[in-house]
Write a protein that binds this ligand. Sequence first.
Ligand code: ADP
Ligand code: MG
Length: 554
Amino acid sequence: AASPQTHAFEADVAKLLHMMVHSVYSDKDVFLRELISNAADACEKLRYEAIAQPDLLGDDPAPRITITVEADARRLTIEDNGIGMTAADMAETLGTIARSGTKAFMDRIAAAQGGEGTQLIGQFGVGFYSAFMVAAKVDVISRRAGQDGAAMWSSDGLGTYTIGAVAAQDAPARGTRIVLHLLDDAADYAQAPRIEQMVRAQSGHVPVPITVKDKPDAEGTQVADGTALWTKPKSAITPEEYKDFYRSVAGQWDDPALTLHYRAEGRHEYSVLAFVPETRPFDLFDPDRKGRMKLYVRRVFITDEAELLPRYLRFVRGLVDSADLPLNMSREMIQDSPILAAIQKGLTGKVLGELEKTAKDDPAAYAKLWDTFGAVLKEGLYEDFERREALLRLARFKTTASGGEWRSLQDYVAAMKENQTAIYYATGSDLDRIASSPQLEGFRARGVEVLLLPDQVDSFWVRGAIDLDGKPFKSVTQGAADLSLIPLPEGADAPQAEPSDAVGAFLAFVKDTLGDAVSEVRASDRLTDSAVCLVASESGLDRQLEKLLANAGQ
Ligand code: ADP
Ligand code: MG
């Protein structure tokens, strides 16, 4: 056979590897979770391909992951009987950075200061390359399902890797074997009890059974049974098990803030196990705004590209397992299926319902949740007209009267002044700056509460926001806020009802001087301390939106 070819890693991979190898991060255990999750993914990919091509399974249909430790040789081997890789697959996936999550991670690393980078490894799954945290050399030997030839990838993680053919008897009959030649200080990963404990703690709920052996020809101990957690009754699942499953399905290292586990029956039958994370996932503000919910059909993983939730709920992680979708449907056809649309609708309602329930039963927990994901949820206010009311009920705001706390619109409306006809808001890019804007003086003087809106999305949804209980949303910068109907408290200087002649002459002078730069100059009730402020015309764009559009070059 031809001798193996040597290739250089892509620059980004080299960077990532360098960081991995020099990581002082203490929790190196994460590598095992990554390799097991790849092995499980490979088994699920095979299960999916075998729907169209059953003979790919041959006489070995049951998926399995086997981990072998060899203490004397200081070796750890993770083997699966999944889809496998050809030499070309290896060159494509094990020398580049394919997954978007890893790209996001690299961006964070590039922006990170000093030691923060190594901390990040622990918070974030970094995939296959994490093997180099514990191994001096990694061999990947693989045979793609349905193919005769096998290939081997090998690297010390220092800049290059080799790929070559291997003899049939040295490769798994199907799937991938990953051999880690452990570093001196990682020798205890070649101890069976250590590995068993790690598998139970990190990967106990992957949907493929996992066996640990303490020598290649041993029986081994089954450490995880591969039962899909979501098929078990809620009462049989502990919070620890949910947390463990959440971490492996979401690729997160925090705890779930909310767990949603239910079975929908009736016209469509499906199970849902979904989580709202405690912290923002890395890719939350990626431009593609993709969700990560996984779609299964009768326990077969189909895709994580199906849009199971609207984009403004993209922080929800987990899965839906449908009983009615046909297995032999292409992923593209599934996307257009009315069954999927029904699931989407049901699931969206359920997630919003759960958020509403939390808001009612545990306002403190909800405030934290809103702090983390409110800016994303608000996208729904202009993207999902059907549910805008529900979303307005969920929305929380900092206001001129809330003292830094989150406040609901219901509370705002209940506290409105007599004669106040609108819900007033002020937009901007920074909460403190909005709060100190002169535009707010007249409102403050009259005790009229103003919503402070610092997020980019705010300028968009307020434009389209129809009334809440008959009260329109109105920007403080837009037109003459009709404050004259609302009395100033006793003792405050009353504004003049009609500008005097002198004021009139002054206004004419200012308009003359500024010319076309302004459309109108008028006396206003809204200022109490400042002499002047800029406002948009009643029908024109809000000032903040004007700025945004100007920045976007429109
Ligand atoms: P991710 O799993 O997010 O794609 P990884 O870095 O963990 O990223 O893995 C990179 C790629 O290598 C995988 O997408 C897959 O194509 C391939 N791969 C890794 N391990 C295996 C395996 N055990 N079987 C088949 N393919 C694998
Ligand atoms: Mg992976």
